[in-house]
Design a protein around this ligand. Structure first.
Ligand SMILES: [Zn+2]
Length: 132
């Protein structure tokens, strides 16, 4: 039976390494190379770690199955599911809309300029392949 790590890895590749919510690039295994590629500090890069996002939260009965796992950056994942919060998490679609609005006002992470130092230019436009 595939583990949650397998699901995360599969989602990461399906999503072309982009966060489900903020569309920012993420890393799976090598923060140092990621930081170098995007010109970030290690601390900044930490926010871009790919994490297994439960579309239906575990607290709401969501399971560790492929259909319920997407890849989201550490920052977005932790803000959707803050510890100790009494109110339920927003749905993935509503949360993505929230994140995109915040990003438009530069009120979300990624306000540092993400320029692909290694590849040159700016990040490509994300392709959203996950149905919310
Ligand atoms: Zn994100």
């Amino acid at each position: 039976m595939p583990s949650i790590k397998n699901h995360l890895s599969a989602s990461f590749h399906t999503q072309e390494g982009r966060c489900l919510y903020c569309d920012q690039p993420m890393w799976l295994a090598d923060p140092t190379a990621f930081a170098a590629r995007w010109g970030l500090s290690r601390r900044q890069a930490a926010r871009h770690q790919a994490t297994a996002e439960h579309l239906r939260p575990k607290s709401d009965g969501g399971r560790d199955v492929a259909a319920n796992i997407a890849a989201a950056c550490s920052y977005c994942n932790h803000h959707r599911h803050p510890r100790g919060r009494a109110t339920p998490a927003l749905s993935p679609a509503k949360y993505r809309a929230h994140v995109q609005r915040r990003r438009a006002r530069k009120g979300w992470h990624g306000f540092w300029p993400l320029v692909d130092v290694a590849g040159g230019g700016t990040p490509p436009r994300p392709s959203s392949v996950v149905q919310l």
